[in-house]
Design a binder for this molecule. Structure first.
Ligand code: DC
Length: 231
């Protein structure tokens, strides 16, 4: 059966990646966490002290950035590599989270990342999660899912995740970071976070991972069938 493209968008910490990963596994599709690319670029800018308000410096820096996803056998997913260094853990750091939305709002950065994301979709059979996947990266994706969840639940989920790595983190810090990122992501000039008109909403506030996966899987199967019948 012909493979399709599945775009999963939504606010920060809605569980998009968890769902996308599980869906890709079930369908034997490739999973791409597009946010990891913006995080890796941010890590590079921070390390190299790049002034990202200076367009020339940004373009120069982007010339020196090579991003790749390599499969991690143990995890069963792909890790983000920045210039051949595995940065999968480093890019989840709070300092990166605090700056990534600003970096991701820069036009040149978006063009750089989107071009690579579109190449990854050439073969279809991909589940990509992010903020603009259904609107900008793959406007022709056969299935677009917009994930939402109650704000309090999102903060709690993110806090638990970060607390496991850093017990000094406070719930206030997590809440402020989420609010700030949602604001910047939704209000930026270039491809802001929006629900694509033809996206289906998945509110997972009161759903288990298994329930969400079952819903998404049924949508994917329906779309695959439609594509098959059109062939
Ligand atoms: O999904 P995430 O939290 O790892 O994403 C990190 C940041 O990257 C997020 O604040 C917004 C940005 N992002 C984006 O602008 N477009 C995407 N397709 C994915 C992420």
């Amino acid at each position: 059966m012909r493979k399709i493209i599945i775009a999963i968008d939504g606010y920060s910490s809605c569980g998009k990646s968890t769902l996308a990963k599980a869906l890709a596994k079930k369908l034997s599709y490739v999973f791409i966490d597009s946010g990891a690319m913006y995080r890796a670029i941010t890590l590079y800018f921070l390390r190299e002290h790049i002034d990202w308000n200076n367009e020339e410096k940004v373009l120069e820096a982007l010339d020196n950035i090579k991003l790749h996803f390599y499969y991690n056998d143990e995890e069963g997913t792909s890790d983000m590599y920045l210039n051949d260094e595995n940065v999968e853990l480093l890019i989840r750091d709070m300092l990166v989270s605090e700056n990534v939305s600003e970096v991701a709002a820069i036009k040149a950065v978006r063009e750089f990342a989107v071009a690579q994301q579109q190449l990854m979709g050439k073969k279809k059979g991909i589940v990509m999660d992010g903020r603009d996947i259904g609107t900008t990266v793959f406007p022709y994706a056969q299935l677009k899912i917009f994930v939402t969840a109650d704000n309090g639940i999102r903060v709690e989920r993110r806090f638990k995740e970060l607390y496991a790595k850093n017990p000094n983190i406070t719930i206030e810090e997590v809440k402020n970071n989420l609010e700030m990122r949602d604001y910047i992501d939704s209000n930026r000039e270039f491809s802001p976070l929006r629900k694509a008109e033809d996206a289906v909403i998945l509110d997972n506030s009161n759903l288990t991972r298994e329930e969400q996966l079952a819903i998404a899987l049924s949508w994917a199967k329906e779309k695959k069938l439609q594509v098959h019948e059109q062939d």
